[in-house]
Design a protein around this ligand. Sequence first.
Ligand code: C2E
Ligand code: CA
Ligand code: CA
Length: 343
Amino acid sequence: DTEEATNQARIVAEKILDVLTQPHQLDTYSHLSTSSIGITLFGHLQEGIEEPLKRADMAMYQAKAAGRNTFRFFDPSMHQAIAERANLEKDLREALASHQFRLVYQPQINDRAESTGVEALVRWQHPQRGPVSPADFIPLAEATGLILPLGQWVLETACTQLAAWARQPVMAHLTMAVNVSPRQFHQPEFVDQVLATLERTGANPHRLKLELTEGMLVTDVEDVIARMMRLKHIGVGFSLDDFGMGYSSLSYLKRLPLDQLKIDQSFVRDILIDPNDAAISKMVIVLAESLGLTVIAEGVETIEQRDFLSGQGCQTYQGYLFSRPLPAAELETFVQSRLNSQA
Ligand code: C2E
Ligand code: CA
Ligand code: CA
């Protein structure tokens, strides 16, 4: 993965520069030095070690030419991409401090057309770039560790909203699904933070559902189960997001204290035209049934998709067919108006 390798190299280069620019004590002298680093990627071409070293050397001279005490990639377009990424990272840090994030809520609808819950999705309103998609900044937040404060903000905001809805008769029954990223889930304090957030906001743990992804559950399974059990114990539910995309082993799936499987939107998209996608969604539904879990399909855009899934035994849906993700006030109107139309 060129992008990931490039970024890892940048992070290492920044660390090395950082350490080398610290003053070091030589006897009675405090000595300062600067360094220039050249970077190239290798491994995807059939080449020996000579060529990559030459490229790194050339990049190092570019770093010197650029004023020293910096790093350069051999490939200028790579450098451009990495510079943009570094900019986005800087903006992301500022965004947290200056409240540029907000949450929108997408309704989840059952077979009787009732709203049963929502999924909270984060939005970044960048002052210059405009709206930035979470698909673009969540991976970056994950790579830089900013996902920890951001994820905590999301949890706090979602739980505050949940507690507010508990006081509105029309909204009180809704569950709140919150996406949890791997790095967030694996930090040692995660469970304590969720417990403290529930306590602080007064949200009902039975209405909170954490969306986890397959990849984060396959290592340290014992530890994962222990964490999930602590939260489960006070009522928090778990949904397995993007199910079918990863490499779940069915035997460990059985051991996880899950409540729900979520059929990924990539299967729903072509469910009417691709027999493989139809077979996978059917498999997920049967699997959920036999494990005693509920199942929800995401990315449902047409009535035909909904009917097909319903015919396969699916019970809950989420997608543009029903609603796009909405700000809280609009979601309230959505839920209210569906109630009225049913009455
Ligand atoms: P996801 O959890 O799989 O979320 C579903 C995505 O599908 C959302 O994109 C949603 O807006 C979109 N979607 C919903 N209905 C439809 C539909 O009918 N058709 C199509 N084509 N798309 C639909 P969004 O909001 O851009 O989020 C993208 C991803 O970013 C999410 O995928 C999730 O992985 C991540 N993400 C979003 N919010 C958070 C968050 O608060 N924390 C973390 N850790 N990740 C988040
Ligand atoms: Ca999700
Ligand atoms: Ca998903």
